[in-house]
Design a protein around this ligand. Sequence first.
Ligand code: ADP
Length: 372
Amino acid sequence: MADDMRGGLAVDGGSDLKMILSFVNTLPTGNEEGLFYALDLGGTNFRVLRVQLGGKDKRVIDTEFEQVSIPQELMFRTSEAGRDVVACLNEAMERQGLDMRVSALVNDTVGTLAGARYWDDDVMIAVILGTGTNACYVERTDAIPKLNGHASSSGRTIINTEWGAFSNGLPLTEFDKDMDAASINPGEQIFEKTISGMYLGEIVRRVLLKMAEAGSLFGDPVPEKLFTPFSLRQVLTPDLCAMQKDSSSDLEAVGSILNNTVGVRSSLTARRVVLEVCDTIVKRGGRLAGAGIVGILQKMDNDSRGLVFGKRTVVAMDGGLYEHYPQYRRYLQDAVDELLGDEISSNVIIEHSKDGSGIGAALLAAANSKYA
Ligand code: ADP
């Protein structure tokens, strides 16, 4: 991960990691004031946030928030048909007679970092684990050869790693490979496909299908619903989480979820096997995500000759998978602790920054707005 980060910082196309310059060189100070809106377009949900910022003392005076699911029919188009989103949004607001302008287009990880930094100066990394995944971090401009000497006044800038595209040396199973081949973007976003919410449930489905076919896990015949790829991708990962919450002796909740999603009556043995499969896939996902965070931290520490691990460093986390899946969160934290060791990991604080992305985008809009 650290090597690929360096490759992407050296030259565009230098590795799987795009290491995109965010052009955000100054982070929020807390002095921002005024009324701002942020629109957050995720892989599943669309959120609208209205924030009243009151400056240094009053900080966030008021927020209003609404969230809707993105309709399926809007999810499948080419990026050309997505056109320039800022131009589209400005045109739409004009059509509605609104006296508003878009002042910043912000990646959601960058928004999360900015939002968390507003409250805590030690935030250096932000990670989203939702439908998809991504991470960004604060980099020194002298460590970015592709900037060709264009330093920012702060000497730092936020780099959007697009780490979902990482694949170098990732061990993949037959289930990962088959899922990738059947996906809309084969060969791409391999790290994302092993750790993020859109895929965990689908990998479990593929493992269960093989167990049903080869070992009659659910008896005969193999349940019809187990054959459909990506059929329940929105629902599946929360289902894994709900099944893992079941602590009853007969695993009744697991049984009823299997009945609803796969359409089978399951034996207790089968339920136990399903839980073990869920746990295995979620454990791998959480641990790989943790390893990715350690990769970024190690890169930052090596290149600053030990300036990162010697002090408190905060990693701001957001996204539905991280927020709602306690086992995933625990596996992630365990991997970070194991890889860094007790002493260093006690300095690394991994914390949830709920909906920080919207507030962060609003803060960046404020900092870059002619009204600020
Ligand atoms: P996005 O911003 O990408 O639209 P979110 O951050 O809202 O997505 O996260 C949505 C994803 O989070 C879902 O696709 C699902 O994978 C995961 N998720 C949502 N609720 C749960 C839950 N209860 N348990 C586990 N995962 C969940």
